[in-house]
Design a protein around this ligand. Structure first.
Ligand SMILES: *Cc1c(COP(=O)(O)O)cnc(C)c1O
Length: 454
């Protein structure tokens, strides 16, 4: 064992390697030295476990690998060929060119973020975005925060702390990533009062649960699942009537914040914030980066007195939106004002692509790639906690996994190893790539990666 330790290259041996010297030039001596030491420590453990000492080349490659994966750009840009338009793990909505430019400009220098250019005094970062949100949704007032999870938490804390909040049993749900309505309610300091059953809840269930200590009625959109069959839920309008009679605010968590009617695109109708306000919701909550197609943000619209209470709550400062996201959100909303959402906002462009253009792109990929591939028809999904079970017809490049030793899993792994990585989906020993979520400027990179991987 002692001799194996003697075989281990020294820190200086590793630092002398040309590839490591290159890393030192690119980063810094101290940063690289730390990696070298930790890699040699790891090698000592390997020896202690009875293995032989790794060679210099192995150590250097491991160090290079760690520098590459830890220090290169975050996130690594990837080609999303899954056909899932709002892929939460891949960053949800890509932004429009104008929104990216607004975000870049906001990040580059100083701006009148919270400064009134006329008076020279302090201003609000909320005003201009709130005005547009009111115009688009018909609400009296609006507030934007870091994301929708924080919007809901903040809204409940401000409106219902120390009080009871009535929720249908079928809506006390988990949205994903640990966001569970009962937990959020507890964190806000409100008490959950569940009414009805998992499949059927009536207005009379809500009515029977109202006490002197009721702070709010909460309605939550079932974003990522669907209850079918023998079901009933009161409409928002019915809950609003009940709330009005009992002087209790009705809060509506919409999830996706869809400002366009999805039925226009051949899908089920997704609830819209303007409908929620039209039906009389006291406050409506939704995300900026789901079907709105903007940056991560949480949006609260509704009654002016309640939005004012929410804005003044101490948590509002803790979940404040940052200037880059605010700039991108503002520009995304301007696309809706200008009635250009379907041409400018990437997710709406993806949703509205014609079956014909998708089949042409899949065929163009296939004609270059050849080999064990074919074009098949399939379905894209919207994803990201909206429109569960809804699909859009598409054409896919289907790659036969059995053409590769190890099958479709190995093929998918090779595709993820490309530069940029290509993410597809596996269906019955085939890897499927959907052109719907691949911007056309990445077609060449995709085709190159597919050829290499096969
Ligand atoms: C997605 C979603 C949330 C969380 O929104 P984020 O913007 O991801 O924080 C909350 N409620 C519902 C109903 C959702 O669909």
């Amino acid at each position: 064992m002692e001799s194996r330790f003697r075989d281990l290259p020294s820190v200086n041996d590793v630092l002398d390697d040309e590839r490591v010297r290159h890393l030192v030039r690119e980063y810094s001596h101290d940063a690289v030295l730390e990696l070298v030491r930790s890699e040699i420590d790891r090698a000592r453990d390997v020896i202690r476990n009875g293995h032989s000492a790794p060679e210099l080349n192995t150590l250097v490659e491991a160090i290079r690998e760690r520098a590459e994966s830890g220090w290169r750009r975050l996130p690594t840009p990837v080609i999303n060929a899954t056909g899932v338009i709002l892929h939460t793990n891949l960053g949800r909505a890509p932004l429009s060119d104008d929104a990216i430019e607004a975000m870049r400009a906001a990040s580059e220098g100083y701006g009148d973020l919270e400064f009134d250019l006329e008076t020279g005094r302090r201003g609000s970062r909320q005003g201009r975005v709130a005005d547009i949100l009111c115009q688009l949704t018909g609400a009296e007032a609006a507030l934007v925060v870091n994301n929708n999870a924080s919007a809901v938490l903040l809204g409940l804390a401000a409106v219902a702390h120390g009080k009871e909040v009535i929720v249908s049993r079928g809506e006390a749900v988990e949205i994903g990533g640990g966001f569970r309505i009962p937990d959020v309610l507890r964190q806000s300091g409100a008490t959950l009062v569940e009414v009805g059953t998992t499949n059927k809840t009536y207005v009379r269930d809500f009515e029977a649960a109202i006490t002197d200590n009721t702070g709010a009625i909460l309605s939550v959109h079932a974003s990522n699942f669907r209850v079918a069959g023998f079901t009933h839920a009161p409409s928002l309008r019915e809950l609003v009537e009940l709330g009005a009679r009992s002087v209790i605010p009705v809060l509506h968590d919409l999830g996706s914040g869809c400002l366009l009617d999805t039925a226009r695109f051949g899908m089920a109708h997704e609830p819209m914030p303007q409908e929620s306000i039209g039906d009389g919701a006291s406050l409506a909550f939704f995300s900026g980066d789901k079907l709105l197609g903007g940056p991560q943000a949480g949006i609260i619209v509704g009654r002016a007195d309640l939005v004012s209470v929410v804005s003044k709550h101490p948590l509002a400062r803790a979940v404040r939106i940052d200037k880059g996201s605010l700039a991108a959100l503002h520009m995304t909303l301007v696309h809706y004002l200008k009635d250009e959402a379907t041409t400018k906002i990437p997710i709406w462009r993806m949703i509205s692509q014609s079956a014909d253009s998708l089949s042409k792109r899949a065929a163009a990929w296939q004609s270059v790639v050849g080999g064990p591939t074919s074009v098949v028809s399939g379905h894209s999904t919207v994803g990201g906690g909206s429109l569960p079970g809804e699909t859009l017809p598409t054409s896919l490049l289907s790659m036969d996994g059995t053409a590769v030793p190890g099958g479709a899993t190995v093929l998918a792994t090779r595709l993820r190893g490309c530069t940029p990585p290509i993410i597809g989906r596996i269906e019955a020993e085939r890897v499927m790539l959907d052109p719907r979520t691949v911007p056309t400027h990445l077609d060449d990179a995709l085709v190159r990666g597919v050829i290499e991987s096969l």
